[in-house]
Design a protein around this ligand. Structure first.
Ligand code: AMP
Length: 187
């Protein structure tokens, strides 16, 4: 379990923007709600903006616990969410990732941009070098991450990534089967 207590904690990585298609907000809402309805805690970047804010609000509305971790210097830009179960304000972006990882038992990536990919690859590379052994899931809604997955397979084919390292990334186009797989791997 994560360092906080025995409740299963899922860290959500997703866009600080809403994306152009309203469907992205629907999927973020569904993810936040589903995490809460399963009795799990959501950990995330602590902002009110974009898909991050949508997922957090949905988890809170469903009665869930939500912990946000935000750098001091991002409180304005990402609108630090003051209605969370807990908002941790940290010194910088690197500490934010370290703290989110420590608080979480598993990771779920939703559509997002460069920051979302940074967070996903942080946990994938930490798992690759065995610094963590926590499950990592990618919601490939509507094939949003198809090209990323193909690129990663290319890295395996070229011999720069071990097949097992890529197998550590669970992915599915649908939320519930993906969350079921995450839940089944609970320590
Ligand atoms: P984006 O996918 O670019 O909208 O970013 C999603 C989230 O990742 C935002 O909350 C960003 O602040 C966050 N983020 C971007 N870069 C980093 C980083 N190097 N470390 C931690 N969080 C980051």
């Amino acid at each position: 379990m994560s360092e906080s207590d025995s409740r299963f904690s899922v860290c959500v990585f997703c866009g600080a923007k809403p994306g152009l298609d309203p469907e992205y907000a629907q999927i973020a809402r569904a993810a936040g709600r589903a995490i809460a309805e399963r009795g799990w805690r959501m950990v995330y970047g602590g902002g009110r903006v974009g898909l991050m804010g949508v997922a957090a609000d949905a988890a809170l509305a469903a009665g869930g616990e939500v912990i946000g971790v935000i750098p001091d210097g991002m409180l304005v830009r990402e609108q630090g969410h003051r209605s969370l179960t807990r908002l941790e304000v940290v010194a910088d972006m690197a500490i934010r990732k370290t703290r989110m990882i420590a608080l979480s038992d598993a990771f779920l990536t939703l559509p997002g941009g460069l920051g979302t990919l940074d967070e996903l690859f942080e946990v994938l590379t930490l798992r690759q070098v065995r610094f963590i052994n926590k499950p990592i899931a990618l919601l490939n809604h509507g094939g949003y991450f198809d090209r990323l997955l193909a690129m990663c397979q290319g890295f395996v084919d070229a011999g720069f990534v071990g097949p097992n390292d890529l197998d550590a990334l669970m992915h599915d186009g649908d939320l519930d089967p993906l969350l079921n797989r995450l839940g089944a791997l609970r320590a």
